[in-house]
Design a protein around this ligand. Structure first.
Ligand code: CA
Ligand code: CA
Length: 587
């Protein structure tokens, strides 16, 4: 057999037993390492909170100066509970891992477009390191890096080598440095894991296609079938759901599973990433005509979950199940930690675009019916969709409302790079993945060389530097919202009740926990609203009179009277301003 492996001992044709044995040996070491890492992260998080507090006070002052009124006294942060070292040391490995992702705000980065550090026009790992302060100030404490492996494409979703990094993005040492620097700031890092397919130029496929007797032949799916998804190969047609350049792997072959588990172990254990975004999760295993979310796919992910948790109990996966809502999230429970709630994302964006609460209230009805605990990932748009401000026809006020919807909702929010400054972009895909707009200098501050693709022309107006100076900017709203989310646990994991509003242009929810109640109220329309009235149909609040104070500014709303745990006919303000969001704390 001619060796096709050029990647060292990770690419051996080891069977599942071998891989599992390695996994068990590494388990305890990995667990100790994980504890140490977590303690570092916790220590850093306390520092980050203090830092955030200072920034918040500054922001309050700036906002108040701008609107010409007395600054409200910022609320005092509760002390951060410190982990008990004795308890940490004796905690049994079987203890449920702390679900760090429940408190995370993720930032999705397309490495090629974020920041070029060496003038070759291509974003890189060192560029991200240069921008970690920016990411931290945004309030993101986790990163999702789109594919970082060598690939013939600009986007990287067709992988050539799962054990290496794309040399255009830097060296493995550069990547390790990014991990270290991020972890020192309390920022976790997950990477895209492309399981469903390889590149057609991957050595496995090249060998499989060259020779029908190749040991890799059965790693892919061959047939005499023609038509959709079938592509002409040597000695038969091969299955590639997305296109011929991305042949699907055959997960009915245990060697394929063993190989991808070794890839998973390598990145978690040898390199130290914090988890994965699983690309095209629903397409993993086909069952005849059924090619999405099959039973075999669910069974595979069940085993995969056990495997990666045995390597690293704190590892997080989020599955891309394109188009999924909460119902499918329940189907992937115990198989991935989260899937993205596309149904909710559409609800957020469509309600703001259509200026009506119908879309979002409908999405909440489905989501709350299936998952009431917020165990899913949320977002507005991602790298496969037109950018949110373009969907909103460039309306920055609407983009602000979308940000409020995302960051005051349950679930773990993901912000797509540039969304926080209102970067525009419509398909083709390259144009929704353009260079980050840092400033008004040549090439938007992205590179000193020739960018791999020109930034959007809007960068002279729409950029980070300009928005940092403007207290009323979209960027500063994102910063304020992530800080509110950090300060008020109820915004992360409190219950959510959709309120009656008596007006389809008014969206109102109550976030409720044993310790705190927050009311979010939004006028989705471009005109003032006077005719509305809020009602809480469930008996969940304490009886009596509550004061209602804005968490965004100095607005004081009318008191709220609760009888029998509920209320009707409540009007916090006589007038709701056009495209205005209010976040009120009840006391
Ligand atoms: Ca570069
Ligand atoms: Ca597949």
């Amino acid at each position: 057999m001619e060796p096709v492996c050029r990647h060292g001992n990770h690419c051996c044709l080891a069977g599942g037993d071998h891989i599992h044995r390695i996994a068990k040996i590494h388990y305890q070491r990995s667990h100790d390492r994980s504890r140490k890492r977590l303690n570092t992260l916790r220590a850093v998080r306390s520092t980050a909170l203090i830092f955030s507090m200072k920034k918040l006070i500054t922001l309050f002052l700036l906002t108040s100066i701008l609107i010409g009124c007395t600054p409200a006294t910022p609320t005092t942060l509760p002390p951060t509970p410190e982990p008990d070292p004795a308890q940490e040391a004796t905690a049994a490995p079987e203890t449920e891992p702390a679900a760090w992702w429940r408190d995370a705000v993720f930032y999705e980065i397309f490495v090629r477009s974020f920041q070029d550090s060496d003038g070759d026009g291509i974003g890189d790992f060192n560029g991200i390191v240069q921008r970690l302060d920016y990411i931290q100030e945004l309030g993101a404490n986790a990163l999702w890096l789109m594919p970082i492996h060598p690939s013939p494409s600009y986007h990287g979703y067709d992988v050539l080598n799962y054990y290496a990094v794309n040399p255009e993005y830097g060296t493995m040492d550069d990547f390790r440095k990014l991990l270290t620097e991020a972890h020192e700031r309390g920022i976790r890092v997950i990477i895209d894991l492309v399981l469903n397919h390889t590149s057609s130029q991957h050595p496995f496929f090249v060998d499989a296609n060259r020779d029908v007797n190749s040991p890799y032949r059965d790693w892919y799916i061959w047939s005499n079938e023609t038509g959709n998804y079938w592509h002409q190969g040597n000695g038969g047609n091969y299955y590639g759901f997305f296109w011929g350049g991305m042949p699907d792997l055959n997960y009915r072959n245990p060697e394929v599973t063993a190989q991808m588990e070794e890839v998973t172990r390598y990145w978690l254990e040898d390199i130290g990433v914090d988890g994965f975004r699983i690309d095209a999760a629903k397409h993993l295993i086909e069952e005849g005509a059924k090619i999405e979310n099959t039973e075999a796919t669910h069974e595979w992910f069940k085993e995969f979950y056990t495997f990666y948790k045995s390597i690293e109990p704190d590892a997080y996966t989020v599955g891309e199940v394109y188009g999924a809502g909460a119902f499918l999230a329940t189907k992937y429970a115990g198989q991935t930690d989260h899937i993205f709630n596309f149904e909710l994302a559409s609800g957020f964006v469509n309600s703001v675009a259509g200026e009506s609460n119908t879309g979002i209230n409908g999405a909440w009805a489905f989501t709350l019916k299936d998952i009431s605990n917020g165990n899913y990932a949320t977002f507005l748009t991602n790298h496969d969709q037109n950018r949110v401000i373009s969907v909103l026809n460039g309306n920055e006020q609407k983009a602000k409302l979308a940000a409020v919807l995302l960051l005051t909702s349950p679930g773990t929010p993901f912000i797509y790079y540039g969304e926080e400054i209102g970067m525009q972009g419509r398909k083709p895909d390259e144009d929704i993945r353009l260079p980050m707009q840092w400033n008004a200098d040549v090439n938007a501050g992205f590179t000193t060389g020739t960018p791999w693709r020109m930034p959007d022309a809007s960068y002279t107006q729409v950029n980070v530097a300009a928005q940092e100076k403007d207290p009323g900017s979209l960027l500063n709203l994102y910063r304020m919202l992530t800080r509110l989310r950090a300060e008020h646990p109820v915004l992360r994991d409190g219950n959510l009740t959709v309120l009656e509003t008596g007006n389809s242009g008014v969206y109102a929810i109550l976030r409720h926990s044993d310790s705190e109640d927050v009311l979010i109220l939004i006028n989705l329309k471009g005109t003032p609203i006077f005719e509305y009235s809020l009602g809480l149909p469930d008996a969940i609040l304490a009886d009596g009179t509550h004061t209602v104070t804005s968490l965004l500014d100095t607005t004081q709303a009318n008191n709220l009277n609760i009888t029998g745990g509920m209320f009707t006919g409540y009007r916090p303000l006589a007038e709701l301003h056009p495209y205005q969001a209010y976040i009120f704390k009840l006391k």
